[in-house]
Design a protein around this ligand. Structure first.
Ligand code: FEO
Ligand code: CA
Ligand code: CA
Length: 626
């Protein structure tokens, strides 16, 4: 690392490269938001015609809520400690921790060294994130992302975790990417099946194929790959998705931060700015690996920022970068089917003022049929939200954008700007309701809302599904596709919840009527529906428990009822951590939850390194948990 920026989130690090310009006039914030009260009233009054924002709506109708509640647990209070809490009648245990061996030739984590280079691609990687479980035969296989590295933990013998050699860089590269691992439940709970022939690590150096409109384009060609069709590695793998045909989709998010320049005078290509690619890399990779030095390999950044498809049943199959799904800071990939069998994938671009997308295949999915081009041959759309609660998906065609198909796939953000897409408050995960034709997207927060345009110069007005200036709490927008058809271009939308703090505020920043002192949270991020149609919400926010965030405690996971609006806290994570990644065993009796970047020495205790981990949560009576 250059200066010590290791404590910064990727969002904060990006902000450092592109500092905010303006101060926030708080009076204007409140006036503007409150003038929208009537509008929001029709959107947000769940279960009551009472006041829209502020406190107490759910408690005032608690008898009604109780009788109708689908929440099957007693909600838990906030926590500020270094462990995990779940409701009475539930328990948890770690399944996989950073540095835990996947193969018997790798030792368990050495807490003095952070593990050896030799074993770094033979162990469970760092910073667990999106995951999915696959039933392959009678085996249970979890595929899971490792979003980024924590150099201070991974290179504990280096001052401030500074990358000092090519070996250091390679070790970090190996600890990121994706793990495919078989898991099994034994007498002591779930554990990794060591040496399973399905176990596999995919790293920042694993060869993968490029498919779709950008494959072979000049902008993807490098000295090492003159074809522009074979890339080494996937990076900053954040959220995930699962196709109807049983493959895993991993999503490349903050890829920009891995690139830097050893030549301070290098003139950055014009297109870099929109994606935040700068002369400053976050990990010093560029000093030891020319691939990450943009002054030597200027096209390498064009080869990242995609959705990558991985077949967990075939450890020898090269992952495939599906460029038809666009290049941006992909959060997750929520795949579903239209009534006629077209494949629809919803995709968020997690950056302040960037867009929400969906991809619709031209072909039809049929079980057992050829799926090899369903994610290559199709149309990408970007969302436009109107204030009258309608919206449309605008097709990113060559005519509409005046760009070629390959350019749309590589410079997708610019294509979205050209068609007037709605600038959003950082779209994180999209979740598709399995029991009703609707989708939810977590808009995690956006301190620039109403204050600063996005990196393409698009304004970010306080309007539509982004109704609060300097939005530090976040909200969840949902939409219903026209004609109950995910492939339709029209939709209607509303806000499921605006997070906020009624302890501190009595205006729009108190949150919507389904937020109360018993379920406070900020910055919704990970989101998944269970099979019963309950929405599970994970947070990645400010866990200071002070000021605007008083009473919110550590990051957490809550369950939301889409029908009543009720939201209840289910799990609290250890201090410093983000709760991210959620999947279930095939019998639904186990919920696997990801705990990323705890700051305290979770879960091994004092004197040990903090380890991002997947935990298993079960009911004590072994009944299903979703
Ligand atoms: Fe990696 Fe947007 O979270
Ligand atoms: Ca996330
Ligand atoms: Ca986040």
């Amino acid at each position: 690392m250059k200066d010590d920026t290791s404590h910064l989130s990727w969002d904060e690090w990006d902000e450092l490269q592109s500092p905010r310009q303006d101060t926030n006039d708080f009076d204007a914030v409140v006036d503007k938001a409150m003038s929208r009260r009537g509008f929001l009233g029709s959107v947000l009054a769940f279960g009551s015609g009472a006041a829209v924002m502020g406190t107490g709506l759910l408690s005032s109708t608690s008898a009604q809520a109780q009788s109708a509640s689908r929440i099957g647990f007693n909600p838990i209070p906030i926590a500020t400690d270094a462990t995990i809490h779940v409701p009475e009648g539930y328990s948890w245990h770690p399944v996989a921790k950073w540095g835990q061996p996947l193969f018997s030739d790798a030792p368990d984590l050495n807490h003095q060294t952070g593990g050896s280079l030799a074993s770094s691609d033979r162990v469970f990687g760092e910073n667990t994130d999106g995951m999915e479980l696959f039933a392959i035969g009678n085996r249970q296989v979890i595929v899971v992302n490792h979003e980024y590295a924590n150099p201070k933990l991974n290179l504990p013998q280096n001052v401030d975790g500074m990358v000092l050699s090519g070996d250091d860089a390679l070790k970090l590269q190996n600890l990121q990417g994706v793990t495919v691992m078989e898991v099994a439940e034994g007498e002591n709970g779930w554990d990794i099946v060591i040496d399973s022939d399905l176990n596999r690590r995919i790293t920042q150096n694993t060869p993968m194929t490029v498919a779709g409109p950008a494959a072979g384009h000049d902008l993807l060609k490098t000295d090492d790959d003159p074809t522009g069709r074979t890339v080494l590695g996937t990076m900053n793998n954040c959220g995930a998705g699962k196709t109807p045909w049983g493959t895993y989709l991993t999503c490349e998010e903050n890829f920009n931060g891995y690139f830097g320049s050893t030549d301070a005078a290098f003139k950055l290509p014009e297109d870099y700015a929109r994606y935040g690619i700068s002369l400053e890399g976050r990990y010093n990779y560029e000093k030891f690996d020319a691939r990450f030095d943009v002054s030597k390999t200027p096209n390498e950044p064009h080869r990242f920022g995609y959705i990558v498809e991985i077949d967990p049943a075939n450890p020898l199959a090269a992952p495939i970068k599906r460029t038809a799904l666009g290049r941006f800071k992909h959060e997750n990939a929520a795949a579903t089917l239209a009534p006629n069998g077209q494949v629809v994938v919803y995709l968020g671009d997690d950056e302040r003022g960037e867009f929400l997308y969906k991809y619709v295949s031209n072909g039809i999915y049929t079980p057992g049929g050829d799926t090899s081009t369903l994610l290559d041959d199709g149309q990408l759309y970007v969302a436009k939200f109107n204030d009258d609660m309608s919206g449309e998906w605008i097709a990113l065609t060559e005519d509409a954008t005046d760009m070629s198909a390959a350019e749309i796939a590589i410079f997708t953000r610019q294509a979205g700007s050209r068609v007037g897409a709605t600038t959003m408050d950082r779209p994180e995960w999209v979740a598709v309701n399995p029991v009703s034709v609707e989708c939810y997207c977590a808009l995690t927060n956006n301190k620039n809302r109403g204050l600063k345009p996005n990196a393409g110069g698009d304004e970010t007005p306080v309007t539509g599904p982004n109704p609060r200036e300097a939005n530090n709490y976040g909200q969840i927008v949902r939409w219903q596709p026209a004609d109950d058809d995910h492939a339709a271009t029209g939709f209607t939308w509303d806000l499921y919840v605006m997070a906020g703090n009624p302890i501190v505020h009595d205006d729009a920043y108190a949150g919507s009527s389904n937020v109360n002192e018993g379920n406070l949270f900020n910055s919704p991020d990970g989101m998944m529906f269970d099979s019963t149609g309950l929405l599970w919400i994970q947070t990645d926010g400010d866990d200071s428990n002070e000021g605007d965030f008083e009473g919110m405690g550590n990051n957490q996971m809550l369950a939301g009822d889409p029908v009543t609006g009720e939201i209840a806290r289910f799990l609290t994570g250890p201090v410093g951590s983000e709760v991210t990644g959620l999947t279930w065993s095939s019998d639904r009796r186990t919920m696997f939850v990801g705990i990323q970047h705890p700051s305290a020495p979770f879960p091994d205790g004092e004197g040990k390194l903090a380890r991002s981990s997947i935990i298993a949560v079960k009911r004590d009576d072994n009944a299903p948990v979703g």
